[in-house]
Design a protein around this ligand. Structure first.
Ligand code: SDX
Length: 432
């Protein structure tokens, strides 16, 4: 708590509000006593100015384009770690030693299967079901197949069996849902493959055409999952914390987060970006037409993959993903017209005052889909890939929310009522 305070004058009375200071120097008005002191609440649609909690997991600076997990720059983590290593960091607060990482990798292998009875569920989803609805449904049922142990042994501080199970099983559920969707036999996880190599193999191996796991794809997938692993209080993470604050277990809380991520304004944007780029491609690359539509206040059309609630400069993840994108396409000798369209669109936007004046830059979703396409991952699985990456962040925040009395208070925002004040009841026979 900072020693500084803020003065608030209402109807001639001065109230004092404490100021809270973050470890990185940002300051906040602590309004937890506002209602009791003044009878007033605050109004902040979309929580654009409101902090929901104190957190030690991820720091981002939207004006400088800084993103750090547990104090480490995202650039260092993406360049030097595998995804499971970063998941360990987010969950425990520390990077693992070689021994700890080996143990964690063993757990990923150990918990990779899902209950065989769960596999029958895939047969009963309607054809062409969204992989995101399948994912959230299957995660919800993990609660029944693997009852969470309330007080389970916690082998390495924040990495419980429940956590390791979910991290490993979400990857299997994602790959199985794809195989079921295309009508191919399931490919089971292997003990000799890493987290990312196993996922790619489960997705693309076939009895009649054995799949060769390309090293560049494993490198790229690790980087992509790392870059998606957490992002402080975004919509889906706030959903996980809010749902969990009602005393809900990890699996149902994560299932709620998956549904929030699905939205086209959030994680669903990576699917919407490809649809947008395909539309521009089919329309003869008429960039001006689409840019004008996006700028027209009367047209709901938006250039998806651009803009961000917090970043008012280039999203640091987008910069790294763009580099990975070029490396994957070059190494695999793949050309994708959508990459050229994305780069041309970015070029034009960066010189258009409408976007520049609103600090609209490419965000994490703008280039990621092009890499997934090059790997052979279908468009409808892109947001599932986002969920795979974001899972350790969601779990870390659910754990943090549950870690003390203050942060685990049930989330219950207030409102400013604007409806009819009061009126006498009218019996049905008198309603005309
Ligand atoms: C993610 O929060 C996170 O951290 C999320 C995320 C994570 O890692 O969890 O980073 C992941 O969700 C990234 C964002 C993916 N979504 C999209 O790419 C969808 C397209 N982007 C926009 O819908 C929008 O930019 C949002 C939703 C991302 C942010 O919306 P805000 O903060 O509410 O901003 P806004 O809608 O108030 O926009 C401010 C202005 C408006 O114009 P004016 O009213 O000032 O005239 O910018 C305009 C908007 O119309 N604008 C756009 C635009 N985004 C904002 N105009 C055209 N195209 C766009 N993409």
């Amino acid at each position: 708590m900072s020693k500084e305070t803020a003065q608030l004058i209402i109807d001639g009375t001065t109230y004092t509000l404490p100021i809270v200071e973050s470890t990185t120097g940002e300051k906040a008005l602590d309004v937890r006593s506002l209602l009791r002191q003044t009878g007033y609440i605050t109004l902040d649609s979309g929580y654009m100015n409101t902090g929901s909690c104190e957190s030690q997991i991820t720091y981002l600076d939207g004006s400088k384009g800084i993103l750090r997990y547990r104090g480490y720059d995202i650039e260092d983590l993406a360049a030097n770690c595998v995804f499971i290593e970063v998941a360990y960091l987010l969950l425990t607060g520390e990077l693992p030693t070689a021994k700890e990482l080996d143990r964690f990798k063993y757990d990923m292998t150990r918990y990779a299967l899902i209950h065989e009875d769960m596999i029958h569920f895939f047969d009963h989803f309607p054809p062409n079901s969204s992989p995101m609805s399948i994912l959230s449904t299957m995660v919800g049922t993990l609660h029944d197949f693997y009852p969470e142990m309330d007080k389970e042994e916690d082998p390495y501080g924040g990495l419980t069996t429940t956590t390791a199970r979910l991290l490993s099983k979400l990857r299997t559920i994602a790959a199985f849902s794809y195989k079921k969707n295309i009508g191919h036999p399931l490919v089971y996880p292997r003990a000799d493959l890493s987290y990312c190599a196993n996922f790619l193999n489960m997705m693309f191996d076939r009895p009649n055409m054995p799949y060769k796991v390309e090293p560049i794809n494993v490198i790229a997938l690790n980087k992509l999952l790392i870059l998606h692993a957490d992002h402080e209080q975004n919509c889906s993470t706030s959903t996980v914390r809010l749902v969990g604050s009602a005393g809900v277990g990890l699996y149902p809380s994560i299932s709620a987060g998956i549904n929030a991520l699905w939205g086209p304004l959030h994680g669903g944007a990576n699917v919407a970006v490809i649809r947008m780029l395909e539309g521009i491609y089919r329309d003869g690359e008429d960039y001006d037409k689409y840019i004008s539509k996006a700028k027209n206040p009367d047209d709901p059309y938006r250039l998806t993959g651009f803009g961000h609630r917090v970043y008012k400069t280039y999203d640091p993840r987008a910069k790294l993903i763009k580099e990975v994108c070029q490396a994957v396409l070059e190494t695999l000798n793949v050309t994708d017209p959508l990459l050229n369209i994305a780069q041309e669109l970015e070029y034009r936007i960066s010189r258009d005052d409408y976007f520049v004046s609103r600090n609209l830059y490419p965000n994490v979703d703008f280039y990621s889909g092009i890499i997934y396409r090059a790997m052979g991952i279908p468009t409808n699985m892109f947001t599932v890939m986002f969920a795979l990456g974001r899972l350790p962040g969601w779990i870390a925040h659910w754990q943090e929310m549950n870690s003390d009395k203050e942060s685990s208070r049930i989330g219950r925002p207030r409102q400013v009522y604007k409806g009819i004040t009061n009126r006498p009841f009218v019996k049905i026979e008198d309603r005309g």
